[in-house]
Design a protein. Structure first.
Ligand code: HEM
Length: 488
């Protein structure tokens, strides 16, 4: 009987807290005049996911909308989101009026549980501090040499043996493992496969993927009320997200503990540097997570698209190999040799132009503003620039914009940089990617090493990529391929 009364009381308490919570949220939504419903064609197509009828990927629908907009900018009312593929607008947001387009509080709230105060998720002093520390470390000549050593070691000891021993494999999965090991060694000076961890490393990786996917799904909701209520009640996707983040924290703490055990004052890796100035373990965990996210999924995504495109374009593959044969006939020995491979560099850029690892990126407008194309942006609006759509705009790349043509990046046999605001795959301006050089070195070293030793034949060569929702572009069904050793 007592148990029954106790249960009834708990139920009542639960229902009344839920009701008050919902009331507060809906009142707030009304007071803040957030438009969570709109009957215009674009908003209805988004809200009812009707875009799926015609397009395989959300990014393809956005590209279609942006192509049809005279100034290459559209506004999705239900998301209070202005989306642009106009390079002048991108430069304005990322450079000219950088201070008026921060990451902003709504973005930090969406990713806050996962990324905390990590560099990806903050503005102001937390951002300045991490940016300064990481810039110092990444700019060092010894860091570049060390990262080349790490990448080569991983290629020779893990990637090559695996490719040689398996005939059919999922390249995306392979590249994710590879880039995770590289970034862990590089950023934390640790080989993740040799650590004593409280939970299996596979749990960490699976939780990382899940947390990234569920956090990105929060951003797709037309109103934050839904996920906030679910988080308050700890139900559904929010319950899974909380669990995944719990697992990530346990293992990230292990990374920090191991680093402390092995000593950090004399070490040159990124984590050791941060540990000598940061005493707060939670902040260190946030830093670890942001760098893992930065260096793992992006590189794996870029490699997956690159091998998909190259396998579909044997002429490009032949040109890469011919250049390598001429410039570096023997083994690749140093990072500097890579600089001579202009065609390979162009092929890597060209694949990211068409398939940027981060397909779109958002900021929040602080005060009312007018973009260079004349679009008025009200303070509080989310403003997104869309590298995936920008790679498909004829006025930027010409009528052959949909073709994979590395030579478009070359003049007289030499790679020529484009205006970064036309192709912001590494972002551009004041918050440009800190790992750009490291990433390009990693991509080119893997591309060269793999293509020289193996032929990659796709399982389904004519299948265009279908992406799953996430912070980084991921092929929904992986990239299955047959690997054949080249006859030397
Ligand atoms: C192909 C690979 C990569 C691509 C396409 C890429 C792209 C990007 C983009 C678009 C951003 C801006 C994100 C935002 O602020 O919303 C960014 C930021 C960043 N990236 Fe990369 N990235 C890559 C690899 C790496 C690697 C290997 C590292 C490793 C150190 C790294 C470190 C960072 C950091 C620390 C930031 C934050 C910069 C800041 O907020 O000031 N990235 N990257």
């Amino acid at each position: 009987m007592e148990l029954l009364q106790y249960c009834n009381a708990s139920c009542l308490l639960f229902i009344s807290s839920l009701t008050s919570f919902l009331l507060i949220f809906f009142t707030l939504a009304i007071v803040m005049r957030k438009r969570v419903w709109c009957s215009c064609e674009i908003c209805e197509t988004y809200s009812e996911s009707q875009w799926r009828i015609q397009f395989q990927n959300l990014c393809d629908w956005y590209t279609h909308l942006l192509k049809n907009s005279p100034n290459r900018t559209v506004h999705i009312h239900v998301l209070n989101n202005t989306i642009t593929a106009n390079p002048d607008n991108v430069e304005y947001m990322l450079k000219t009026r950088f201070d008026n387009f921060p990451k902003g509080k709504p973005f930090s709230a969406i990713l806050g549980d996962f990324l905390g105060r990590g560099i990806f998720n903050v503005d102001g002093t937390f951002w300045t501090f991490q940016r300064k520390m990481a810039t110092l470390e990444l700019a060092r000549v010894s860091t570049r040499a060390y990262s080349f050593h790490v990448v080569n070691l991983e290629i020779q000891q893990r990637l090559m043996p695996l490719m040689a021993s398996t005939q059919i494999l999922d390249l995306q999965d392979l590249f994710r493992k590879f880039s995770f090991d590289c970034i862990s060694r590089f950023c934390f000076g640790l080989d993740p496969t040799r650590l004593e961890l409280s939970l299996p490393l596979s749990d960490f990786v699976a939780s990382f993927d899940l947390a990234s996917k569920l956090s990105a799904e929060r951003a797709l909701a037309t109103s934050p009320v839904v996920w906030k209520v679910k988080r308050f009640l700890n139900i559904g996707s929010e319950r899974r997200l909380r669990r995944a983040i719990g697992t990530i924290h346990v293992i990230a703490r292990d990374f920090i503990r191991e680093r402390r055990k092995l000593g950090f004052s004399e070490r040159q890796d990124l984590l050791s540097r941060f540990m000598s100035s940061v005493g707060d373990d939670k902040f260190l965990i946030d830093i670890v997570i942001s760098f893992l996210l930065a260096g793992r999924d992006t590189v794996a995504s870029a490699l997956t698209s690159f091998f998909w495109l190259v396998a579909c374009h044997p002429d490009v593959e032949a040109a890469i190999l011919a250049e390598a044969e001429e410039v570096i006939p023997a083994e690749l020995r140093s990072c500097d040799q890579l600089r001579e491979l202009h065609y390979l560099h162009a092929a890597v850029y060209e694949s990211m132009r068409l398939y940027p690892p981060i397909q779109f990126d958002s900021k929040f407008c602080l005060e009312d503003d007018v973009l260079p194309d004349g679009s008025f942006v009200k303070g509080g609006t989310r403003v997104t620039f869309h590298p995936y759509a920008m790679g498909r705009m004829e006025e930027i790349w010409g009528s052959d914009c949909l073709e994979f043509k590395p030579q478009r990046w070359m003049r007289d046999g030499v790679f020529v940089h484009e205006n970064p605001f036309k192709c912001p795959i590494f972002q551009a301006g004041i918050r440009v990617c800190l790992g750009k050089e490291l990433a390009l070195m990693e991509l080119k070293t893997v591309a060269l090493s793999v293509l020289r030793r193996f032929r990659v034949e796709l399982d389904q060569p004519d299948q265009p990529p279908c992406f799953s929702p996430g912070l980084t572009a991921t092929f929904k069904d992986g990239l299955r391929a047959r690997i054949r050793a080249r006859l030397i």
